[in-house]
Design a protein around this ligand. Structure first.
Ligand SMILES: *[C@@H]1O[C@H](CO)[C@@H](O)[C@H](O)[C@H]1NC(C)=O
Ligand SMILES: *[C@@H]1O[C@H](CO)[C@@H](O)[C@H](O)[C@H]1NC(C)=O
Length: 265
């Protein structure tokens, strides 16, 4: 168990890679769901992960045409996109809500500086979307259709049987998202399914260390986007956690039988 958040997940991953002869990393856990085609209890396996908590918070008065601080040094970029706070004003007393500005202005998403081990030392690269291992991802297709737990107890079951779904993207940050507007932003801007607080940190460490990696994240709540009056995680976490483990247990022997790198040395 890494403990909550990006630093815990990153340091745990690096410690394991430093202390043991690790051949591949299978990370698992629960997540909020931003994908309207999936439901609580489903297990998502994204092909790409990004850390969405590294921002440039732009000064008031600047806009999308304004260069960011240190942009010309290559430290920061406007290529990934931004969240504009005034798009989320809810001042029902103003008629032209769309014209209102907001002192919080914009935050711009940034890629991580990475230093992969097989590249020139001390020379930074940047990474935003980090792919999972191709082989692992291809094998995980065989999990689609597997049977998962549907009921949290004798009387309460999910509306349909949960499923494993390979999806395009997941994101992580040191933020527990329980907010419909931000969930919808992440979904429409980045086409995200799971929103969690660790997987991208594990992905980034594995990317730099050139270790195959995949993350299995079951969906325990709707990240603030549901009709429930409170976050669903307190009810569905045990079921979701159980389903993530079930998928993981099914994946491990597939890796071995395919002769992929888990047992190759
Ligand atoms: C905006 O705020 C008002 C109360 O101030 C609330 O009744 C309304 O539902 C809010 N609108 C949205 C879209 O949430
Ligand atoms: C089943 O779980 C639901 C949701 O937590 C709860 O309201 C209900 O009392 C539980 N039923 C039983 C029989 O434990």
């Amino acid at each position: 168990m890494t403990g909550l958040g990006m630093v815990n997940a990153g340091i745990t991953t690096q410690l394991l890679l430093s202390l043991f002869n690790v051949i591949g990393v299978l990370h698992f856990g629960i997540a909020g769901n931003a994908n309207t085609e999936l439901e609580i209890g489903d297990v998502s396996i994204p092909e790409f992960w990004a850390h969405t908590g590294l921002w440039v918070w732009q000064r008031y008065g600047d806009g999308s045409e304004s260069e960011l601080p240190l942009e010309s040094n290559g430290d920061y970029t406007r290529n990934i996109g931004y969240l504009k706070f005034s798009d989320y004003n809810n001042d029902t007393t103003t008629q032209h809500n769309e014209d209102k500005d907001n002192l919080l202005n914009n935050v711009w998403y940034q890629s991580e500086e990475v230093f992969p081990i097989n590249t020139e030392p001390e020379t930074r690269q940047h990474a935003f979307w980090v792919p999972v291992d191709n082989n692992y991802f291809a094998l995980s297709k065989q999990l689609e259709g597997m049977e998962l737990e549907r009921c949290i107890n004798d009387t309460m079951c999910l509306p349909r049987a949960p499923k494993v779904a390979r999806v395009e993207r997941g994101v992580s940050a040191d933020i527990f998202v329980d907010n419909a507007a931000y969930r919808n932003f992440l979904s429409s801007k980045f086409n995200v399914t799971p929103i969690d607080m660790e997987s991208a940190a594990v992905a980034l460490i594995c990317y730099q260390q050139k270790i195959p990696f995949i993350a299995i994240r079951s969906l325990s709540d709707l990240a603030g986007g549901g009709s429930a009056i409170s976050n669903e995680a307190s009810t569905f976490t045990p079921l979701a956690a159980q389903n993530a483990v079930a998928a993981l247990i099914k994946l491990v022997p597939l890796l071995a039988s395919k002769g992929t790198s888990v047992y190759s040395s």
